[in-house]
Design a protein around this ligand. Structure first.
Ligand code: FAD
Length: 459
């Protein structure tokens, strides 16, 4: 456990972003006694859960002059986690059964997540800290403080000084596009999942979807409802993979990765199969991108590793006044934001003390060396996978808060297994009622719900 200090100080903190990460960070900072200004370009809270039919002006998002739309949510999206394990620990994401405008399913639609984040912001009066339609354009360290330059929607520019900056700007807006040999002369259309909204435009087409993780698995099935054929190219699959997947339209296949895209419109997969495709949909993830940060070389993005960061949060040379919430890839995102932000708030107040700069650098170097030994590429530095829980509980202990509940961890694991084995039905059929019951009993015990657990479990 980290050492603590008795004198608690209050800092003036800028939070960039009012998505799930920024909202809970603002709450935790204020709880700890700091004064907070949250900046967000959008008109309302919720970040990427603010669905918009609009998308970037360049469907592949490669053009640096394109108009950018922040959200990457598509119309049919439902959560990939059961709601009870997705919500913040002291504000459970439970169904509002008697409100017909709400979606009470266990894996609700994106609209319900936005409504939940709006409820959270209202409950904790977070909006009063947010400057909407205000984009942060430059953040730089100046004489031990932080200069933050912003501009609002009518072009009014402001320059303010803060003691600390917490970056909660999200990392699902700057697409990573797959490199495909031969693609320059391939004549078809291409789009990244960031710009995918509805299947309509793919009506009667032959579509190749690259990537078979959460978005790829969902989007390929969404498009299969209207397309002639959908072929998934999966890098994670063996080179001879060729399998028909069960969908009502009988038109979905999974292959190994693409070998070559030809000028005649054909796509050759590594399994030797060839299809003539109209469109390629890249479900190939995103890049970390902080265009507003001017840290004079202290921070670097190297093959999608944001370096050097102590426990994915603090930059040793500028700690603790610059921090990042939400970088690690793991299933329980909201809880991760909550635990990381409690740590940041406690370190900024001086209640919890970080190791020395040298010790933090040693820890980082050791972490990178471990990844090298395990053969894990740099681009996966922030993907915590199986060690997610250990990571969260380590931080929780540092800042003296409760570890992640056992039922939550098990729900995530069981849900993930169902997602992999039955991607088409895992949101509507499950075998972990026992864990769900445990979750609702836990909420009741902690007085986080006013109704008896059976009210939720039987409805
Ligand atoms: P965001 O929600 O992206 O918020 C960042 C905010 O920062 C935005 O409002 C943006 O306007 C603002 N911002 C950025 N730059 C600036 C700037 N320069 N100035 C001012 N404001 C700025 N997680 C789950 O837990 N369950 C799911 O089912 C799930 N499904 C997902 C599906 C998709 C397709 C994607 C892409 C992600 C999904 N996630 C899911 C992960 C999801 O990203 C996180 O749950 C979470 O919502 C991210 O919150 P955030 O606050 O980090 O970022």
């Amino acid at each position: 456990m980290a050492p603590t200090q008795n004198t608690i100080c209050s800092k003036h903190v800028a939070v960039i972003g009012a998505g799930a990460a920024g909202l809970v960070t603002a709450r935790e900072l204020r709880r700890e006694g700091h004064t907070v200004v949250v900046f967000d370009r959008e008109k309302q809270v919720g970040g990427l859960w603010n669905y918009s039919f609009k998308a970037d002006s360049d469907p592949l998002s490669l053009d640096t002059t394109r108009t950018i739309v922040h959200t990457s949510i598509y119309e049919s999206l439902r959560t990939n986690l059961p709601r009870e394990c997705m919500g913040f620990t002291d504000f459970p994401f439970v169904p509002r059964i008697h409100d017909i405008s709400r979606d009470s399913r266990r894996y609700p639609s994106h609209r319900e997540v936005l409504a939940y984040l709006q409820d959270f912001a209202r409950e904790f009066k977070i909006e009063e800290m947010v400057r909407f339609e205000t984009e942060v354009v430059c953040v730089e360290p100046v004489n031990g403080k932080w200069s933050v330059r912003s501009k609002n929607s009518v072009g009014f520019a402001a320059h303010e000084i803060f003691d600390a900056v917490v970056v909660c700007s999200g990392h699902f807006t700057e697409p990573n596009v797959a490199h495909i040999p031969g693609i320059k002369s391939w004549p078809g259309k291409q789009i990244h999942s960031h710009n995918y909204r509805v299947p309509g435009p793919f009506n009667n087409e032959v579509v190749v979807v690259i990537g078979n993780y959460a978005s790829g698995a969902d989007i390929s099935r969404d498009i299969a409802k209207v397309a002639k054929e959908v072929h998934i190219a999966s890098r994670a699959s063996e080179s001879d993979t060729y399998q028909k997947l069960p969908v009502p339209q009988n038109n979905l296949w999974v292959h190994s990765e693409i070998d070559f895209a030809h000028q005649d419109g054909s796509i050759l997969f590594k399994n030797g199969k060839v299809v003539y495709a109209d469109t390629i949909v890249h479900c190939t993830g995103y890049k970390y991108y902080f265009p507003f940060l001017e840290t004079n070389g202290y921070i670097n993005i190297n093959e999608n590793r944001v370096e050097p960061l102590y426990k994915h949060v603090f930059l040793p040379a500028l700690a603790p006044s610059l921090s990042f919430i939400g970088l690690p890839g793991m299933a329980i995102q909201f809880v991760m934001f909550e635990i990381q932000s409690k740590w940041v708030a406690a370190v900024l107040s001086g209640r919890v003390i970080l190791p020395s700069q040298d010790k933090m650098m040693e820890d980082i170097i050791e972490w990178y060396a471990t990844l090298d030994v395990l053969g894990i590429p740099k681009r996966h530095t922030h993907k915590l996978g199986k060690i997610s829980c250990e990571y969260l509980n380590w931080i929780a202990e540092e800042c003296h808060c409760s570890p992640v509940e056992n039922w939550r961890i098990q729900e995530v694991e069981r849900g993930f297994q169902r997602m992999v084995s039955h991607p088409e039905i895992y949101r509507d059929e499950w075998d972990d009622d026992d864990l769900m019951e445990e979750a609702y009993k836990d909420f009741a015990r902690k007085k986080l719900i006013s109704s008896h657990p059976s009210y939720f479990l039987e409805s």
